[in-house]
Design a protein around this ligand. Sequence first.
Ligand code: 5CA
Ligand code: ZN
Length: 409
Amino acid sequence: MHAWPASEVPALPGKGRDLQIHDSATQGTITLDPGPVARIYVCGITPYDATHIGHVATYNAFDLVQRVWLDNKRQVHYVQNVTDVDDPLLERALRDGQDWTELAERETALFREDMTALRMLPPRHYIGAVEAIPGIVPLVERLREAGAAYELDGDIYFSVESDPHFGQVSHLDAEAMRLLSAERGGDPERPGKKNPLDPMLWMAARPGEPSWDGGSLGRGRPGWHIECVAIALDHLGMGFDIQGGGSDLAFPHHEMGASHAQALTGEFPMAKAYVHAGMVALGGEKMSKSKGNLVFVSALRRAGVDPAAIRLALLAHHYRADWEWTDEVLAEAVARLERWRAAVSRPDGIPADTLVEEVREALADDLDAPAALAAVDRWVELQIAASGDDESAPGLVSRTVDALLGVAL
Ligand code: 5CA
Ligand code: ZN
């Protein structure tokens, strides 16, 4: 699948430091030293509806990771998937009487437009579940040969008991896992499973649903967790730096993915850091396609909201916080964008060398975007209140805000 065009990332003087980031698996902050090539896998959308503010809040966090690494003079191998076949997508297509492939293509195209407008840097590999099927089938076959998978009425399940590390990504107790499994695509009530939490690796073809040749598995379609494992291992290999997504992916998705990978390779963990963004709510509840309480990025853009203001609204919240989208959040971002633009449009100004370091430091410290915004705010206030004679300052501030925060002034 093709991704979207990259906006230019201006080079800044000097170089940022290594990224420190909160890792859900070790439940603490770790310093990543990725070497010359940093490797990151971020779970992509299930394209059955338009991109909402919750999605882009999560992608914003990982865009910052990429920007910190680039500023740290690393190459970045960023991989993202598109879950372009799964139950919710097929259900929506059926409900609306449309072709599921057309629905997926249309919403993925809209996602690319939103990402481009928001200056989110594209992944190097953007891979759909459907195109990954030839790589998924042999992994499921291997899991079965290794005794980590079993068949139930033609469907193939992964046995969570095959992984001694199971539970070490999300740290939940059995009851919480059971509840979340039922809520998030699992089937803990299905009779005949070895463990109610066991997730499906390969679903045998159902009447009226799309299916693919699965070799010794028979016709069917892939489970959700093995999709991301297959794509990540194919394009990044074991032990990559970050697996990212919203906090709703910690369990079951990233927990199960880590287990699949451990059963396949004998290694743990698949990613050095499991990084989870907080949930954005609307009207007091998590913004979600299934609830329908959504603010779409494309609708805001159509209403004339500057994408840079949307981006500033996201950046005003720490990525790990849960927060609420409101009209005030957007209004504040619009006002901040105006102030920043007015400040950098002056021909000279207050020196900004320490600002570059402050923004770098804030982001390297577990992506503290609100602290980065506060640093820029301080420079902007001085710049508007006083007159300086540093001709290079406004340009340096623009480039800093663009390179590290993805905001074009
Ligand atoms: N295709 C799978 C991942 S492999 C999936 O979860 N797709 S999704 O479209 O449901 O979500 C895409 C990303 O947006 C995920 O990382 C998810 O955690 C994140 N996300 C969804 N809703 C919210 C929200 N309300 N706030 C923050 N992030 C969210
Ligand atoms: Zn995923």
